[in-house]
Design a binder for this molecule. Structure first.
Ligand SMILES: Nc1ncnc2c1ncn2[C@@H]1O[C@H](COP(=O)(O)OP(=O)(O)OP(=O)(O)O)[C@@H](O)[C@H]1O
Length: 238
């Protein structure tokens, strides 16, 4: 695999330089991400915020290697990820990146435990090892008693806890969360926010969270503000 031309810095999970992503909007080009350069620090929470349609999800999809930009460089953990072919990119993503979505995206026919075991299927573990790991992470998000239930038989907040356990079970360096509290009431949102903060300290995972939730933006962490596809500023909230 090719090494990135961007300098490798072990304190940074990701380095983006000059990233441009365009969409075709009814025959017209729309620049959703416009020359974005930034770094994602290790072991911290970075909050991405900005108006609706400003390019936050596009930014997360590119950072999470779900989508490719037309221009720019992206280095994740020292790897030039744009140089990877589709299979290599899928392997890299499965190993290093976890995702949390606003709509939870759990598989309804699987139990809570099986949902969390699922990302481990291609990690060369025995059934027993997968089960042990899944139960460890489910216990860490407070769902020990619910492992045999189906997602349809637990609350929205509990579903998001399952999704957090599923994102963490592969011990990824980076967890990307797109509006993780948008479908939750405010007190459940607060619990989920607290849980992600606890998980960050406990597992030293780097989180990048896109949010409109002001409670999240008041937490300490890095802030990336995107307006019209451009980075407005990068700040540190103490
Ligand atoms: N698949 C697509 N095809 C065409 N245009 C798209 C596509 N995805 C996003 N866009 C456009 O790109 C721009 C950025 O969209 P994006 O979803 O990244 O914004 P956002 O900040 O996440 O918005 P929101 O806060 O409403 O979720 C918008 O103008 C959107 O309409």
């Amino acid at each position: 695999m090719e090494q990135s031309s961007l300098p490798y810095d072990k304190e940074k999970i990701a380095i983006l330089k000059g990233v441009v992503k365009k969409y075709n909007m009814d025959g017209y080009p729309l620049t959703a991400i416009n020359n974005v350069s930034c770094t994602i620090p290790k072991g911290e929470i970075t909050f991405v915020y900005g108006p609706s349609g400003s390019g936050k999800s596009t930014f997360l999809n590119i950072l999470g290697m779900l989508d490719k930009p037309e221009e720019g460089e992206i280095n994740i953990l020292g790897q030039d990820v744009l140089a990877l072919n589709d299979n290599q990119a899928a392997d890299f993503r499965a190993k290093h990146i976890g995702f949390i979505f606003q709509s939870f995206n759990l598989l309804p026919v699987l139990s809570v435990r099986e949902n969390v075991e699922f990302p481990l299927l291609h990690h060369g573990l025995s059934h027993h090892e997968r089960r042990e790991k899944a139960e460890y992470y489910l216990e860490s998000v407070g769902l020990k008693e619910y492992v045999d239930r189906r997602p349809g038989a637990i609350s929205g907040g509990q579903r998001q806890r399952v999704a957090i356990a599923r994102a963490l079970v592969t011990t990824p360096a980076l967890v990307i969360a797109d509006e993780p509290t948008a479908n939750l009431d405010s007190s459940t949102s607060d619990e989920i926010i607290q849980l992600m903060l606890d998980m960050r300290s406990h597992f030293n995972t780097s989180f990048v969270i896109c949010t409109h939730n002001e409670n999240l933006l008041n937490e300490s962490g890095r802030l990336i503000h995107i307006v019209d596809g451009k980075l407005q500023n990068i700040g540190v909230k103490q």
